[in-house]
Design a protein around this ligand. Structure first.
Ligand SMILES: *Cc1c(COP(=O)(O)O)cnc(C)c1O
Length: 360
């Protein structure tokens, strides 16, 4: 007997997250986590919350967090909508704005979870193909602008690491829809964005910025993200979220994290310094390294033996992300390498030297 899944669920492959090995000893450079611990104030907030009132439901509005985030982005608290990780932001957006057969567009290569969420919602997906410089073509952008209900753009992008300007974003902001700026890596950008684009009249009431505490705030294990948008948008989106999507401990921790900007910025600066060092070393070893405004590097090797390099590194307990994107004109593959501590980068470099000498 067949199990009666919805047809689209039956047919979809589902999103494959990066490997999360549960044993120790790995140099883990595959899922863009922060190698440094969260602020000690976060740990203290978690301890206090744990000895507090866990028998009652959390604040459904996460008011303390909204207030702290609003201050940081210079908006009022009703512009902030907290979520259980930024992936939940994306789910809330999809449920709020996308009906059957609506067009959902996103640059390709980028974050393929958008496509999975669109499939669950029975939407039509348009991949906005990026060229060799990881830019979109004007004609394709115009087609997306007139047809899409929602356009998702990671800015800076993953896995390519580049960032689009306000003028470029205006080219693809849908005429009758919503532009979602997924700023998972926003804090690593050359000029960290603090929501300025939300005040740009070209995007008024049709842009939503999403953020996560997983990367720059070192809290991937906690699950906390938030959307920033005009209150007319957040009020509507509120209706489709779980009532208690963020728990008491996460709200306390996330509030403490976002209030400790010095801690986050210090780690951000260290990561950028390590990224610049790694980019130089990789280039010396013969890799092509794409300029990055994130906590990872997109690299290709002239031999194109990316899968072999990935496997060789994995055999040495160094995990990076091997990625493959198929396009109508060409297929792209390469390695996305998260910036770890300097010690981790040293171990990565040693292992890579060994692997290259064997695959040559
Ligand atoms: C990591 C990431 C997210 C998800 O963040 P979580 O808060 O951990 O769910 C969303 N978008 C992009 C582009 C990411 O890289």
């Amino acid at each position: 007997m067949t199990i009666p899944f919805r047809t689209n669920v039956q047919q979809m492959a589902g999103y494959a997250p990066g490997e999360q090995p549960q044993d120790t000893g790995w140099v883990k450079l595959n899922t863009n986590e922060n190698p440094y611990p969260p602020s000690p104030k976060v740990v203290e907030a978690i301890q206090n919350a744990a000895t507090g009132r866990l028998n009652v439901y959390p604040d459904p509005h996460a008011s303390s967090f909204r207030k702290a985030a609003a201050k940081l982005f210079d908006v009022s608290p009703d512009w902030i909508l907290p979520a259980n990780g930024s992936d939940e932001n994306l789910t809330i957006l999809m449920r709020s704005f996308c009906d059957d057969n609506d067009v959902v567009a996103y640059p390709y290569p980028s974050y393929v979870l958008y496509e999975t969420l669109a499939q669950i919602q029975r939407c039509t997906v348009t991949r906005l193909q990026l060229n060799d410089e990881f830019q979109w073509e004007a004609s394709a952008a115009a087609a997306v602008r007139t047809s899409a209900k929602v356009v998702f753009v990671p800015n800076p992008n993953s896995p390519t690491g580049n960032r689009w300007s306000a003028d470029q974003l205006a080219e693809i902001a849908p005429d009758r829809g919503i532009l979602v700026l997924d700023e998972a890596y926003g804090d690593f950008a050359d000029e960290p964005h603090r929501g300025q684009l939300l005040q740009d009249q070209r995007f008024a009431k049709r842009m939503i910025v999403t953020r996560t505490l997983s990367k720059s705030y070192s809290l991937a294990g906690l699950r906390f993200g938030f959307s920033i948008a005009d209150p007319e948008l957040t009020t509507g989106m509120q209706k489709v979220k779980d009532s208690y999507n963020c728990d008491t401990i996460a709200i306390a921790a996330a509030t403490a994290a976002i209030e400790d900007q010095d801690w986050m910025m210090q780690n951000r600066d260290r990561i950028i310094a390590s990224r610049n060092r790694l980019a130089g070393e990789l280039a010396t070893m013969g890799f092509n390294v794409h300029p990055s405004q994130t906590n990872f590097l997109w690299t290709t090797h002239p031999t194109s033996r990316h899968r072999e390099i990935y496997e060789g590194l994995k055999a040495r307990k160094v995990l990076v992300r091997f990625m493959q994107f198929d396009g109508p004109h060409r297929n792209i593959d390469g390695l996305r390498i998260t910036i770890g501590t300097d010690d981790e980068i040293d171990r990565f470099l040693e292992a890579t030297t060994e692997v290259l000498s064997q695959t040559a």
